[in-house]
Design a binder for this molecule. Structure first.
Ligand SMILES: CC(C)(COP(=O)(O)OP(=O)(O)OC[C@H]1O[C@@H](n2cnc3c(N)ncnc32)[C@H](O)[C@@H]1OP(=O)(O)O)[C@@H](O)C(=O)NCCC(=O)NCCS
Length: 171
């Protein structure tokens, strides 16, 4: 398994994989309100390819914390259904988390299953004082501090990063 940087030629296959795994109505979810019209963070977009094409995708979007700092919204992550359970998802997650940490981002937020993401360090507690701008199952709203204490005392609604593309931590 080799994790590589996403390039433009992966984009169409990524859209097909996301339609397959999340359904075409995925754009109605609250997290898409934070992503629409905003580019993902380019150095944090990764794929796994195998002999028959795209096997998995992981991207991160910049989001505004209530205190004005920019953090990361993880996802979507998707693994081709016929390749599920082979460790692709976990390997991509670890790779993405370590890349984000190395780039100096303060924290990663996501909406997902705690039993899966909890094993990678995400907790409900770290996101407990934050809200997303729309309906979301609070039990699935999780966070991981990349810098210890990065979310201490940070309370309120997470917002969109408007304006110029944010290409790096703190940008
Ligand atoms: C969720 C997903 C990314 C996991 O990737 P994967 O490559 O299949 O997972 P891995 O091989 O790394 O890990 C498999 C382990 O995670 C567990 N697991 C997988 N999905 C899980 C979930 N939703 N909740 C809890 N555990 C889960 C498996 O039972 C397995 O456990 P084990 O190691 O004890 O046997 C992938 O299945 C997927 O793309 N699903 C559809 C899209 C999706 O739901 N994305 C996440 C949205 S929050």
């Amino acid at each position: 398994m080799q994790i590589i940087a996403q390039t433009d030629h992966h984009v169409a296959a990524i859209e097909r994989l996301l339609d397959l795994t999340f359904g075409p109505d995925r754009h109605e979810k609250t997290v898409y309100r934070l992503r629409e019209g905003i580019a993902p963070v380019p150095p944090l977009s990764f794929v796994i390819e195998n002999g028959s094409g795209l096997a998995a995708t992981l991207r991160f979007w910049p989001v505004m914390l209530p205190d004005g700092r920019v953090a990361l919204l993880l996802g979507p992550i998707a693994v081709r259904p016929d390749l599920a359970g082979k460790g692709y998802g976990r390997a991509l997650m670890r790779h993405g988390i370590e890349a984000a940490r190395a780039q100096g981002w303060p924290a990663i937020l996501l909406v997902g299953d705690e039993p899966y993401y909890g094993r990678l360090g995400f907790t409900r507690a770290a996101a407990a004082r934050l809200e997303l701008p729309g309906p979301v199952d609070a039990a699935r709203f999780l966070a991981l501090e990349l810098v210890p204490g990065a979310l201490d005392g940070v309370a309120g609604t997470v917002g969109r990063v408007e304006g110029a593309a944010v290409l790096q931590a703190g940008g």
